[in-house]
Design a protein around this ligand. Structure first.
Ligand code: CP
Ligand code: NVA
Length: 343
């Protein structure tokens, strides 16, 4: 690796000491700088280089919900940079049960250099960020999933020949969940055309839409919400979906969601309706695209469905970039930790 392809000094991003709680807290330049720094880190890793820039640091991973990618990305990124991690999984600490979030923040902040938090109410992530005194990274709340949004942007840049300002992304399904809100605001921030496509009963709050509209106004982007699949996916470079029932929602929601969302399942017909031969399929994962999971089998028994938000055909097709997207969680999460722990 030549000196020209070495990643920049993380301090040069100017994000030392910052929290990463939601996209709305960042400027376009800051958000892009994290994506582009992540690409530099990915190149470095592919050269086999593992500089321990976080040697001696301690990272807390507080998960009040389960995870595969987010936990794995934080752990691998931390280990590759020489840091130690402490995993406090669902039900494994006092947080919220015998100890307030505010007290937990002040305890963990005395011991750790940075804290990842995955939970329910977004206000809990904000409280941790306010009282910990060290950077807090939101690994998903009911409202936002910002580390996912960064990986999604990197993936869209990877798979689009056009600049991000010319990219059209259509998200189908539960348009008011964390992934959809983060995609909308992140896309608006950087100037994309983001379309949320789903039934009105599951549209995002006016507050989220108007915040995104304001950002899009400043960046030259476009945001829209529609219940019309044909209109929503027309010309889309990327078709994105997520689970129909998110973590923390009762299993009893499935009946209602299936009724509302079956018309928004991503199928070959939906991919064709973009009118483009090169549309890519994205999903934050985990995905219910078959019957090789407990939930998938239960829904096959109860509703006779063999796929939920995306058909197996689309998920396994050449258009699908979901595993590149998953790998990009590692590089973007490493970028976040290095940038905010710099110095
Ligand atoms: N996409 C995502 O956040 O996956 P996990 O729930 O496995 O972390
Ligand atoms: N909306 C999903 C995202 C999972 C990564 C959930 O909250 O369960």
């Amino acid at each position: 690796m030549s000196v020209h392809t070495m990643p920049r000094d993380p301090a040069s991003l100017g994000l030392a000491g910052r929290n990463l709680l939601k996209e709305l807290d960042f400027t376009k330049d800051e958000w892009f700088s994290l994506v582009h720094y992540a690409r530099e880190l990915r190149t470095e890793r592919r050269f086999g280089l593992r500089p321990a820039r976080l040697a001696g640091r301690n990272i807390a991973l507080v998960f009040e919900k389960t995870s595969t990618r987010t936990r794995a990305a934080f752990e691998v990124a931390a280990h590759e940079e020489g840091a130690h991690v402490t995993y406090l999984g669902p039900g494994e600490s006092q947080i919220g049960v015998k100890e307030s979030v505010k007290d937990t923040a002040r305890v963990l902040g005395r011991m750790f250099d940075g804290i990842e938090y995955r939970g329910g109410a977004h206000d809990d992530a904000e409280l941790l960020g306010r009282f910990a005194g060290v950077p807090v990274w939101n690994g998903l709340t009911d409202a936002w999933h910002p580390t996912q949004a960064l990986a999604d942007l990197l993936t869209m840049e990877d798979f689009s020949a056009e600049p991000i300002e010319e990219v059209v992304c259509a998200y189908l399904g539960d348009t008011r969940n964390n992934t959809a809100s983060s995609l909308l605001v992140s896309g608006a921030l950087v100037g994309m055309d983001v379309r949320l496509v789903g039934p009105p009963a599951l549209w995002p709050s006016p507050g989220v839409v108007s915040a995104a509209e304001q950002l899009a106004g400043a960046s030259g982007g476009r945001v829209s919400v529609t219940d019309d699949v044909e209109e929503g996916v027309d010309g889309a470079d990327f078709v994105y979906t997520d689970v129909w029932v998110s973590m923390g929602e009762p299993a009893s929601s499935w009946d209602e969601r299936i009724e509302l969302l079956l018309a928004y399942q991503v199928s070959e017909a939906v991919m064709k309706a973009t009118g483009r031969p090169d549309t890519r399929f994205m999903h934050c994962l985990p995905a219910l695209h078959g019957t090789d999971t407990e939930v998938g089998r239960a829904l096959q028994r109860s509703h006779g469905l063999t796929a939920l938000e995306v058909t197996d055909e689309v998920f396994e097709s050449d258009a699908s970039v979901v595993f590149d997207q998953a790998e990009n969680r590692l590089h973007t999460i490493k970028a976040i930790m290095l940038a905010t722990l710099a110095g």
